[in-house]
Design a protein. Structure first.
Ligand code: NAD
Ligand code: MG
Length: 297
């Protein structure tokens, strides 16, 4: 039987474009995508690399955050996921998978652009799990606008609040709780290095996430805590079909990568596991690109 561990051509391992036209309202729902993304539900196999750890993942209901949540639970961690209330259906599926591993799950529906809530998700996780060892700040807003004239102040504000302010609020609330050995992981993007014309505000925040995380890593290592960035290329998630890209670009999503297809969320999960685990003990202040060949520079 062929699985994720079978030697094979990666270009043909997962669905390739063209994809069906599938615009969704924001935030997109993963289960409504065609094809449905592989977040590791049946394909990720753990090996105890995070036994007993306690993790909080923002945007853990779908996409890259969901793949990290499933992988962390399979590796032995208790996992809290933050998401928007309208994503409850996606979140319930993740909670069920975490609990099926015999791990504790915590659902945190709410809007992290509200400072009080952004801070509270940390406190609730600490209370529920008795501490926090792994923080993954991954939630993001991406809405394409074809021209600078179309990027409203409201757009700019919401993108900054979701992608940068919330990162600061959540990290600031979490740091006092993190023990030596803990790991902070942020999700930036290849957009930090090769910004698209239609993603002015988004690309700006992604460059900001890289700088913020590298600066934070320098502070945190004084406490024995590591911090790193993951910079994905095109991944098959609802972020893209809910306005991240124009609908016709979603139909061709990933075609421009060297691999010729988008990544599936499960294909980036091992990087989050490595950075979260003690196996990543010499890795801090780094940016990990997972771009399907474009690279980051
Ligand atoms: P996704 O839509 O599945 O996940 C993003 C999540 O962010 C949503 O599920 C939602 O729960 C959360 N979120 C957004 N606004 C929020 C708010 N105000 N309050 C609380 N939660 C909020 O899409 P994804 O692609 O998995 O995105 C995860 C991260 O990966 C994002 O930071 C995104 O920028 C980044 N990224 C994605 C790609 C890609 O091609 N999919 C490429 C590079 C970077
Ligand atoms: Mg979602």
């Amino acid at each position: 039987m062929t699985n994720r561990f079978t030697l094979q051509d990666p270009r043909k391992q997962y669905p390739q474009p063209p994809f069906p036209r599938q615009p969704q309202p924001v935030p997109g729902i993963a289960s409504k995508m065609d094809p449905v993304p592989d977040h590791g539900e049946t394909s990720y196999v753990g090996s105890g690399r995070l036994n007993g750890r306690r993790a909080l993942i923002t945007g853990g209901d779908s996409g890259i955050g969901r793949a990290a949540a499933i992988a962390f639970a399979r590796e032995g961690a208790d996992v809290a996921i933050s998401y928007l209330a309208s994503e409850e259906a996606d979140a319930r599926e993740v909670i069920a998978i975490i609990e099926a591993e015999g791990r504790k799950a915590l659902a945190l529906p709410g809007d992290i652009t509200e400072e009080a809530w952004a801070r509270e998700i940390v406190e609730r996780t600490v209370q529920a799990f008795g501490g926090l060892d792994i923080l993954v700040v991954n939630a993001g807003r991406q809405q394409n606008r074809e021209d600078i004239s179309k990027v409203t102040s409201d757009d700019f504000d919401k993108t900054m609040k979701t992608n940068l302010y919330a990162l600061h609020w959540i990290a600031q609330a979490a740091v006092p709780h993190l023990p030596a050995g803990a790991s902070v992981i942020t999700t930036a993007s290849v957009q930090a290095y090769e910004p698209s014309a239609i993603l002015l505000d988004y690309a700006t925040t992604k460059a900001g996430i890289v700088a913020y995380t590298k600066a934070l890593a320098k502070q945190l290592i004084e406490k024995g805590i590591r911090a790193n960035v993951v910079a994905p290329g095109p991944f098959w998630t609802a972020l893209q079909s809910s306005g991240g890209q124009p609908p016709e670009k979603v139909q061709q999503f990933g075609a421009e990568s060297q691999i010729g297809r988008p990544g599936q969320p499960v294909e980036i999960a091992p990087v989050y596991v490595l950075l979260a685990s003690q196996e990543g003990s010499y890795i801090t202040g780094e940016v990990y690109g997972v771009t399907g060949g474009a690279g980051i520079a």
